[in-house]
Ligand binder design. Structure first.
Ligand code: LRH
Ligand code: MN
Length: 379
């Protein structure tokens, strides 16, 4: 049975995502960082820009922060500033990939002092969570090797578990540790957390407060991410997403730019386990749209997520189950495609109108002149 427009509007009004602070500042390719006039230079300007996305979409719950990129002296002041802009501080992301001491690993480093330094950095992030009211610790570590023989896999896993247990024991009861896996880069021979299976095993070893976060750009070509969503969700270990888009590797392109059907299929799978309008999952955008004006790119990504979610709610689940039971493959696929090929933009525009917003968020933002204003103000 299909959801009615009123139900769809209710769902999309309660559908919220987190935007990444690092998505509003200059970023680049492996070869050059490109400067965009007016790009945010510190966490206060990043929050100001995130508030623009919230102003035109009413779909932003919080700003995910990255440490030390977003480090400040007064976390209470930052929390208050975000609140004054109608936003919360979201997931806190430690940075274990830019310190000289982590050349041969962070939480897996054979050197006790360097490993302890990495653990201390993550413990500092937990303290920042306590001061900002954040409940999510989002941990990606680049640890791995570049050549056969360079490292002992089992020894490194032993050190990793030991480090993660020290971190896990510092979490408050209402906090969640999200383990982010990635199959390569910066390491090019092996990565210590390369796939969902390893992240799942680590989260099981740690306990209920540890879950897995899926970054859409962190899989080998051809990987069926919807299947991973089903496996982790059915085991209570899916904690959230880093949404972006990619054609080749960890391209971090704007959400839905090259994989809208895959994104839709991921939401179809999620709807079997979660009511996404309840905010249980950490739905975080993780992109660095180096070539695009940052705020426009972020509004595009929020809209792609809203559209993929709305389309996924149109799948007639009962008819699909019936077709699956009859192994009527063509009918089953047509039921899925019918939902995907339905234009949900009229419903989204109506929901925006009812929320007192401009129907076309991107257009309204561009016409606001905010970009030229901040380009002047920020020099
Ligand atoms: C690693 C990653 C991780 C971040 C970084 C900004 O590729 O996806 O989530 O910390 O990008
Ligand atoms: Mn990520």
């Amino acid at each position: 049975m299909k959801l009615k427009n009123e139900e769809l509007k209710e769902k999309i009004k309660n559908f919220k995502v987190e935007v990444p602070s690092w998505g509003f500042s200059d970023s680049g390719t492996r070869f050059k960082v490109f400067h965009i006039p007016g790009a945010a230079r510190d966490i206060f300007e990043r929050i100001e820009d995130a508030a623009q996305v919230e102003k035109y979409t009413k779909a932003v719950s919080a700003v995910a922060i990255h440490i030390p990129w977003d480090k400040v002296d007064d976390w209470k002041k930052l929390k208050g500033f975000a609140q004054s802009k109608g936003l919360k501080i979201g997931a806190v992301n430690p940075n274990l990939f830019q310190d000289e001491d982590y050349k041969f690993g962070s939480l897996t480093n054979l050197d006790n002092k360097k490993r302890a330094k990495a653990i201390d950095h993550v413990l500092e992030c937990i303290d920042i969570m306590k001061q900002t009211g954040s409940k999510i610790l989002s941990l990606w570590l680049p640890d791995g090797t570049d050549y056969p023989g360079q490292g002992d896999f089992a020894k490194r896993q032993e050190l990793l578990i030991d480090s993660l247990k020290k971190i896990y024991s510092a979490l408050d009861d209402d906090m969640t540790l999200l383990i982010e896996y990635k199959f390569f880069e910066p390491a090019f021979y092996h990565t210590d957390t390369p796939d969902w299976g390893t992240a799942y095993a680590l989260s099981k070893d740690l306990g209920d407060k540890a879950k897995v976060i899926i970054d859409l750009g962190h899989h080998a070509q051809g990987t069926n991410i919807e299947f991973i969503v089903s496996m982790l969700s059915s085991r209570g270990k899916l904690g959230g997403f880093h949404f972006n888009s990619r054609k080749y590797a960890d391209d971090d392109l704007t959400v839905g730019s090259v994989n809208l059907y895959e994104l839709f299929l991921i939401f179809v799978e999620l709807n079997k386990f979660f009511d996404l309008s309840s905010g249980k999952l950490a739905l975080v955008i993780d992109q660095s749209a180096a070539m695009k004006p940052k705020i426009q790119a972020m509004i595009q990504s929020v809209e792609s997520l809203q559209i993929a979610y709305l389309k996924s709610l149109l799948v007639d689940k009962d008819a699909l189950k019936e077709a699956q039971l009859k192994n009527d493959i063509v009918l089953a696929e047509e039921i899925i495609k019918d939902a995907f090929l339905t234009d949900v933009r009229p419903v989204l525009r109506k929901a925006r109108e009812e929320a007192g917003l401009d129907q076309n968020a991107l257009d309204a933002f561009i016409k606001s002149g905010y970009e030229s204003m901040v380009a002047k103000k920020r020099g």
